[in-house]
Design a protein around this ligand. Structure first.
Ligand SMILES: Cc1cc2nc3c(=O)[nH]c(=O)nc-3n(C[C@H](O)[C@H](O)[C@H](O)COP(=O)(O)O)c2cc1C
Length: 327
């Protein structure tokens, strides 16, 4: 068993704001922006362990991160020991601060194959595979998971204990079951119970439906978690990390000017272009415009132009108009 290089806890603040991993969203350009606005911990989008074993280029590209993203975790998913161990070794070569195992993804093409939250049907296998990863990883291992497979059985409190016993160093819990997918409201009660379990000593991070700085403070205080992951509410809104850090310090939120929104948006576009090329950047940025300019009245015609623009020049032209016409 490899000697672990560091304890993850030593690299974490007493309370961490984490950018929740999101496929095709939390790539290096967007992570850099979120880091600049105060996110404490980064996790890559999930990477298929089978694809890493087969050396698929698109998957290998997801392993990269910038030094200034640290602490950063590489997230892998899979359903068999051989590929999870191989992926762990490949990911460890990139020297992230930790390896995160995704036991939470509910989508059919993943969970249907027993990966992600599909494993919540077979907890002994989940524990066995996690133990195998821990034993073969030179780096700390963490897990991101859900409350359980469906509402009839939500064993997350005992599962967290068992995962801790096989050596994981932190756990992130999304307050939904696999069968809930993204429906309904996240239930944080069992996240709070996991944290309150006197046997737990590793950091416990809560996740699900955090969409404002006020909610960060409220849920931190109510459930006592060691950190909170913010996902969808950060899409086009990296400012939520700044506002959350401010709220945690009892400060009022900084105003984000239209000029700043435009600048960050263009920084994001440019980052994506450098990362994956112009066409990719133009298309991927469409997911973000409504977030970056949320709450600006009469913005709709500009948004429509942005999501239909076919060239960089057009985007820059529209952004100039936004700068001039909004304050
Ligand atoms: C578009 C999208 C992609 C996601 N991809 C991942 C992923 O790669 N790995 C992961 O652990 N969770 C993934 N998630 C789940 C989020 O990390 C998070 O757990 C979930 O959205 C709940 O948090 P939220 O309410 O703050 O969004 C994804 C969610 C979305 C919406």
């Amino acid at each position: 068993m490899p000697q672990k290089i560091t304890l993850l806890r030593d690299k974490l603040k007493s309370f961490s704001l984490i950018l929740s991993p999101m496929e095709a969203i939390t790539n290096p350009p967007f992570r850099k922006i979120c880091k600049n606005y105060g996110a404490d911990v980064m996790i890559t989008e999930f990477i298929s362990s089978d694809a890493l074993m087969r050396e698929v280029e698109a998957s290998k590209k997801k392993l990269f991160f910038d030094e200034d993203e640290r602490p950063v975790g590489i997230q892998i998913f899979g359903n068999n020991e051989q590929s999870l161990i191989a992926a762990t070794e490949i990911a460890a070569e990139h020297k992230p601060d930790f390896i995160d195992i995704n036991w939470g993804c509910p989508v059919r093409k993943i969970a249907g194959k027993g990966c992600g939250s599909g494993i919540l049907n077979d907890i002994p296998k989940m524990i066995r595979l996690t133990q195998a990863v821990v034993e073969h990883s030179p780096l700390p291992v963490t897990v991101k998971t859900r409350l359980g497979y469906d509402e009839s059985d939500m064993p997350v409190v005992s599962v967290a204990e068992a995962l801790q016993d096989v050596g994981i160093e932190a756990i992130s819990i999304h307050g939904r079951t696999r069968s809930q997918m993204y429906k309904g409201q996240a239930d944080w009660t069992l996240i709070g119970k996991t944290k309150a379990n006197p046997r737990m000593h590793i950091p416990i991070f809560g996740n699900g439906d955090i969409d404002s700085a006020q909610k960060v403070v409220e849920y931190k205080n109510r459930y006592g978690v060691d950190g909170i992951l913010i996902g969808r509410a950060a899409i086009g809104n990296p400012f939520i990390f700044l506002h959350s850090q401010e709220a945690l310090e009892g400060k009022s939120p900084s105003l984000i000017s239209v000029r700043e929104r435009v600048d960050v948006c263009l920084q994001h576009l440019e980052g994506l272009r450098q990362w994956r090329g112009e066409r990719y950047a133009l298309v991927e940025m469409r997911k973000f415009y409504s977030g970056y300019f949320y709450g600006m009245s009469n913005f709709k015609p500009y948004r429509i132009k942005l999501v239909t623009a076919m060239s960089y020049e057009e985007i820059y032209q529209i952004m100039n108009e936004v700068r001039e016409n909004f304050y």
